[in-house]
Design a protein around this ligand. Structure first.
Ligand code: ADP
Length: 614
């Protein structure tokens, strides 16, 4: 049925451009006009008994009818235009050279038609080609005829005036039709362009507004997290500190057990808060990698030191292999971030392994002059990961399954942080895993090497020697104990600016272990006042305080006329983990900072270093 469907709507589809739609419409209506015109011509010359002309007109009539059918069947306008132009050219040249052996007004019209049609339908190059193909032979013919050089063994046919009138009319109508049609299409195209431009502009405005909103909301989110960081970490700091102090005061066994649980939970909560904050920090691009000199072997032992106890508690064998080539090398890099990466991988390995072993390997893969490439690998014999989950476990807040959450806890942020930390350094994590057999996480990292050598230690990396723990997981209690024994800073005159009474109590208790009685200022303004009449060795300055914050107070103190006071060492105490605080602290004139909840020995070390250098 569809073969007899000649409707133009069948071939005009929406996905065609305005220009192509115009081309198809032009062919469609042009064919109809041409069929009528050529039909009339055919009849007229047939009645005059002009055989060759009749045959030619008949042929053309059949050809254009067939092409019309082709068009309504498949709108291949390009092919149809070529076919039409080839037929047109042949008829034109045959008429001039053979049938009429003359050039008349109809020839001129046909050439104009060819020029207009070929340019509009097929563009510049083909337009030029068909125009010259029709024009040049005709011009040559005219010159030859003028010189009486043209001879053809065929008696030309002459049609009467009525035929000429029909042809001239039909041709003019076609020329006007083509022009008017394309002019309309051109206008439509312009309008569409203008509309699209306006739409685009409106979309751009919407887009910009959306970006602005998103940026604002991400900033608000960042700020919110920063505030929350302070608000959550401050009481947590107190909870952890207090449970440590209570544990030190010889509690009954039942109390001691409860305190352990309390401390464990608080530390857990702190780890989660830290993860969320860290992730936020990484995502908002606020992370800057340090280039500090350190020994990789020492760092690895420190990281794994705490983990081995956990592994042993679960009955797992923990192997740490460090390439001997790394033992005495000092490299430049960011030990904190590397610790974070390895720590997360090792924690997961222990968490997801019920029996067998954990194997941590650090291999020197390449040692060029002053650069080494180190391969890190953490392998376990745990539950393994399904093949199609190997990618999504790196997505934030994603765990392998809901059972994982129930059985093992966690936030699903660890691997996301690890992956981002590596990506930010242009590195990639590789995972291979087999369900119920275990997993291996590995990556390579390059380090510039220092020309210095690390001090020789009792080398050999037997696991049992590993004692210290990664800085940010070190149980505060152990540190308290060791500090207590040494009593390192007795006699120091310390001013503490701190508004939170729980923190004040904690600090007092902490310093009492070292026989130090600190002076307390409840805000920055009080600290400045106290400094004016008192003499101190060092100030510990909380940053967020009412009335006057720690930054402003430090600036005021640095302005004091007495050089001993103006140059007093100041250590900032901050609970904010979000922003890189170092720059802000330095530009306010403070010497150093300690993040809460701080490790007592780290604080004491900083105090002693600063007091000694003054
Ligand atoms: P979390 O440990 O808080 O669940 P991670 O981002 O560290 O979050 O890990 C995401 C998920 O990847 C885990 O919940 C676990 O399903 C899977 N996974 C990570 N490490 C291992 C491992 N060593 N063995 C088995 N599964 C693992």
């Amino acid at each position: 049925m569809s073969f007899f469907n000649f409707s133009i709507n069948k071939i005009l589809t929406r996905d065609l451009s305005i220009l192509d739609q115009a081309r198809i419409r032009l062919l469609y209506f042009g064919f109809l006009l041409a069929i009528v015109g050529v039909g009339a011509l055919f009849l007229s010359i047939y009645l005059q008994g002009l055989h060759v002309m009749t045959l030619t007109a008949g042929g053309v009539l059949i050809a254009i009818t067939a092409l019309f059918k082709y068009l309504t069947f498949k709108p291949h306008w390009r092919t149809i235009s070529h076919l039409l132009l080839v037929i047109g050219t042949m008829v034109n040249l045959a008429t001039v050279f053979v049938i009429l052996q003359d050039v008349n007004i109809i020839t001129v019209q046909v050439i104009i038609l060819v020029i207009v049609f070929s340019f509009y339908m097929l563009g510049q190059n083909w337009g030029m080609f068909y125009s010259l193909l029709n024009l040049l032979p005709v011009l040559i013919f005219m010159v030859m005829k003028y010189d009486h050089n043209y001879f053809m063994d065929f008696k030309p046919e002459r049609a009467d005036e009525s035929t000429t009138i029909i042809a001239v009319f039909a041709n003019f109508i076609l020329i006007i039709f083509i022009h008017s049609h394309f002019y309309t299409a051109f206008l439509k195209n312009m309008k569409q362009l203008k509309d699209t431009g306006e739409e685009q502009a409106a979309l751009n405005i919407k887009f910009e507004k959306a970006i602005e909103k998103a940026e604002k909301s991400s900033q608000v989110q960042s700020e919110f997290l920063s505030t929350m960081s302070h608000e959550i970490r401050t009481p947590l700091n107190a909870v952890i500190g207090m449970s440590n102090l209570l544990l030190m005061n010889s509690p009954r066994p039942d109390q001691s057990e409860n305190l352990d649980i309390l401390k464990f939970s608080a530390n857990n909560l702190l780890a989660i808060v830290n993860d969320v904050l860290d992730f936020n920090k990484i995502e908002s691009g606020k992370i800057v990698f340090e280039k500090i000199k350190f020994n990789l072997a020492d760092l690895m032992q420190n990281i794994c030191g705490g983990q081995i106890i956990k592994a042993e508690e679960k009955g797992l064998l923990f192997k740490l292999d460090i390439d001997s080539a790394l033992q005495r090398k000092l490299v430049f890099g960011d030990p904190t971030r590397l610790t974070q990466i390895i720590f997360n991988l090792v924690s997961n390995a222990i968490k997801f392994t019920a029996e067998g072993n954990i194997w941590v390997r650090v291999t020197c893969l390449e040692d060029r002059h002053n650069n080494i490439t180190v391969g890190f690998s953490v392998k376990d014999t745990g539950i393994g990961i399904k093949k199609n989950n190997l990618e999504n476990i790196f997505e934030p807040f994603t765990q392998e399954s809901i059972t994982t959450t129930r059985q093992y806890g966690g936030t699903g942020l660890g691997l996301a942080i690890v992956k981002r930390l590596l990506e930010l350094q242009g590195l990639q994590m590789h995972v291979s895993s087999k369900i119920n057999h275990g997993s291996e996480f590995s990556f390579n990292m390059e380090f510039p090497v220092s020309t210095e050598l690390a001090a020789t230690k009792n080398s050999g990396t037997s696991v049992s020697e590993v004692r210290s723990q990664p800085a940010y997981t070190q149980p505060v209690l152990q540190q308290f104990m060791s500090m207590e024994a040494e009593n390192p800073g007795s006699g120091l005159r310390i001013l503490i600016a701190e508004d939170n009474p729980v923190n004040v109590m904690l600090m007092k208790k902490l310093f009492s272990k070292w026989s130090i009685v600190p002076t307390i200022a409840e805000n920055g303004e009080r600290a400045v006042e106290i400094m004016q009449y008192g003499n101190f060795d060092i100030i510990l300055m909380d940053l967020q305080m009412p009335v006057m914050n720690g930054f402003d107070a430090s600036i005021e103190i640095r302005k004091m006329t007495d050089p001993a006071k103006a140059n007093i060492p100041i250590i900032a105490l901050t609970a904010s983990a979000l922003f890189d605080i170092r720059d802000q602290v330095t530009s306010a004139g403070m010497n150093d900072y300690v993040a809460k909840p701080f490790k007592p020995d780290e604080l004491m070390e900083k105090i002693q270093n600063l007091v000694a250098t003054v």
